[in-house]
Design a protein around this ligand. Sequence first.
Ligand SMILES: [Zn+2]
Length: 157
Amino acid sequence: MCLTCSIVKGAKIPPGGLIYKDNEVVIHHCIDVDVPGYLILSPIRHVTTYQDLTQTEIMTIAMILKEVVAILQQIPDVEKVYILNLAEETSHFHFHIFPRYCWMLDSFNAELFSDGKLDGAKLFSYYRRENKVNKLQDIANLEQTIEFIRNRLNSGG
Ligand SMILES: [Zn+2]
């Protein structure tokens, strides 16, 4: 069983538990990166590509994405929200919903830039690597952020 299916079935508990679940999709916090509000949105069904999604799943994902991005943008210091689909480590189709905080923009860090311009893909990779943790329960503030997102999401924004 893949990581996402384990989370959907409750065999693995992500930090703070599931943030959102309906008949089509599930949202949970990233399990091993200390970036508050870094979320994973997946269909409940184990499909591996966007083309495998049903029309209902696509509609649900589109609507919930809009909502969750708006919620993340209410978090202080979040300047922008990245949405990515890579599926290199986990085959189960998913979107990374990654808040870019103002503290991430370090103009002296050459690893974040390409040709003098901020490179979002590099920034995402950099902070995924730098903020990777073994024990997520040790992270301060994460629970608070998860509760904030969960409350807003389940009360319609
Ligand atoms: Zn799966």
